[in-house]
Design a protein around this ligand. Structure first.
Ligand SMILES: Cc1cc2nc3c(=O)[nH]c(=O)nc-3n(C[C@H](O)[C@H](O)[C@H](O)COP(=O)(O)OP(=O)(O)OC[C@H]3O[C@@H](n4cnc5c(N)ncnc54)[C@H](O)[C@@H]3O)c2cc1C
Length: 487
């Protein structure tokens, strides 16, 4: 078994599949560093210029607006450098996923009921323990900051949202009505516990699990409709590694890129290099646009700040609204991205207003001149009039909250800025129809034997919450599908 990519999903897959001593697993990760890094300070995002733990990509957010995408690289992947917000997709998201992909409920289903056991299995919820909704024995610790330890920004924001009539949501992973409340985080005592640390830490010593870091998979080798090997670059040499099964978990940018480099995709795009037709690769993706509103923070008004507040995660609480024309998330960041991201220049404090169920879809295509170059990415943010209207309403709401909370004053002459939440999803979507989908409901690539995809590229659409907890659930579920295919 070869797993390509040791990020959020690849770590889960490698650990779960190697639980069976008869299954020999090779995990191949492009980023350097063979050892699992272990938990890292959650209030720092090591994604700034020059960070050895990231790869950067250019995108066009909308016509005339350039943007930058970041992906983690190294064991733990993007999960090891992210904001540590660990919120599940909503029951409505998952039920829509189940209906969209048409798998049979319970066996290959993706509805809320089908997926709940895998969310529970992945977590150790420090606040809610074991219950019908939560697990207390999984590898990922999940915790929420208590109101007593909130930073001033969070405390003022939550109070203002309550005063404005938004109802309290004490557990954003309970599947209840959306509101304002603490963000569940994969944090233990201030440290981000990414899936690499959580899952691979214990598994790495198993004799049937080999980890090759600093090794890049260049292409898949296929013959007679089956993938039988991967071509890798390791220590400067090009090698071919034979495999009975290959699981791609290289993330929502590199997984489609790897398929294209292997001749898998839309033949109209690949031309003579085409080996297997799957026109859905890169055709439509979704992500959460975020508009940030810069402000000058108000001076403290004598609030008591506990010692624990000294280094809060970047987001301790948020407001979710699921009604009306689309889901919205208002994010009161506890620090400026100049302070939280080493290497960034000084930046103002911002409040974020994100569209969490956008209608617009992005498109990714291979680099036009260089098959080894980064794909061309276009987000097409706010291209749909419904998104434009929702964005304007979300910015108004965020400004109202900024005011009501007394967080500070909007900076004159600095307009709100369109950016991305970095939640790219759905570049190789799951579905029953190989004309549009790339994998079936068991994560098998349509029409090719021996090849699975299990990462955020297979989400039919981005969930209406951050994708990380849902990515870990997906990998838990995919590991079972892959293992059952071996029997
Ligand atoms: C800066 C940032 C902040 C974020 N914050 C949050 C948050 O707070 N909450 C949330 O829910 N989501 C957040 N996200 C999104 C979330 O972290 C990702 O959606 C999730 O981690 C993606 O998991 P993945 O397994 O699909 O990909 P990744 O975790 O990106 O893993 C892909 C791995 O594959 C490796 N790889 C790629 N190509 C190859 C190759 N050819 N050969 C070998 N290895 C390869 C990469 O190096 C990487 O390690 C954030 C993302 C970023 C970048």
């Amino acid at each position: 078994m070869v797993i390509v990519g040791g990020g959020s999903c690849g770590s889960v897959l490698a650990a779960r599949l190697s639980e069976d001593p008869a299954c020999s697993v090779l995990l191949i990760e492009a980023g350097a560093g063979g050892a699992v890094r272990g938990p890292s300070p959650a209030h720092i995002l090591p994604i700034g210029p020059g960070s050895p733990r990231t790869r950067h990509y250019a995108t066009t957010l909308r016509r005339g607006v350039a943007g930058a995408l970041v992906r983690g690289c190294g064991l733990g992947g993007s999960g090891a450098v992210n904001g540590a917000y660990f919120v599940r997709a909503t029951p409505a998201d998952l039920d829509a996923w189940g209906s969209a992909v048409g798998g049979r409920s319970g066996r290959t289903g993706w509805s809320y009921g089908d997926t709940l056991p895998y969310f529970r299995r992945s977590e150790d919820d420090y606040d809610f323990g074991s219950s019908a909704l939560h697990g207390d024995a999984g590898p990922v610790p999940v915790s929420r900051r208590t109101a007593e330890s909130w930073s001033t920004v969070t405390a003022r924001f939550v109070a203002a949202a309550g005063a404005m009539g938004f109802h309290a949501e004490p557990d954003k992973n309970a599947g209840g009505p959306a509101g304002v409340g603490p963000v569940p985080c994969n944090i233990d005592r201030g440290m981000r516990v990414d899936p690499g640390s959580a899952y691979l830490g214990a598994a790495a010593r198993r004799p049937n699990l080999t980890v090759w870091a600093g090794t890049t998979v260049r292409a898949l080798r296929t013959a007679a409709g089956t993938v039988h090997a991967v071509e890798v670059v390791r220590d400067g040499a090009l090698l071919e590694v034979q495999a009975h099964n290959v699981v791609l978990a290289a993330g929502a940018i590199e997984t489609p890129a790897l398929l294209w480099r292997s001749g898998i995709g839309d033949p109209r795009m690949l031309g003579a290099a085409a080996v297997h037709a799957l026109p859905g690769v890169g055709r439509e993706f979704s992500d959460h646009p975020e508009i940030t509103i810069p402000y000058n923070p108000a001076p403290p008004a004598g609030e008591q700040v506990s010692e624990e507040c000294a280094a809060p995660p970047i987001l301790e609480a948020c407001l979710n609204l699921d009604s009306g024309d689309g889901a919205v998330e208002i994010r009161p960041y506890t620090a400026s991205f100049g302070d939280a991201v080493p290497g960034n220049p000084p930046m103002p404090s911002v409040l974020g207003a994100a569209l969490m169920s956008p209608w617009g879809r992005g498109r990714m295509v291979p680099h036009p001149a260089d098959p080894w170059g980064a794909p061309r990415i276009e987000h097409h943010y706010l291209s749909d009039p419904r998104d434009k209207a929702a964005a304007a309403a979300a910015v108004d709401l965020a400004r109202g909250l900024l005011d009501a909370a007394g967080l500070g004053a909007v900076i004159d002459g600095v307009p709100p800025r369109l950016g991305t939440s970095q939640h790219l999803s759905g570049t190789c979507p799951m579905g029953a129809d190989p004309g549009t989908a790339v994998v079936d409901p068991r994560c098998r690539v349509h029409g090719l034997g021996g090849l699975y995809i299990a990462d955020t590229s297979v989400f039919p659409r981005v969930p209406s919450r951050g994708p990380h907890a849902t990515a870990v659930m997906l990998a838990e579920r995919a590991a079972e599908f892959v293992a059952s295919g071996l029997r």
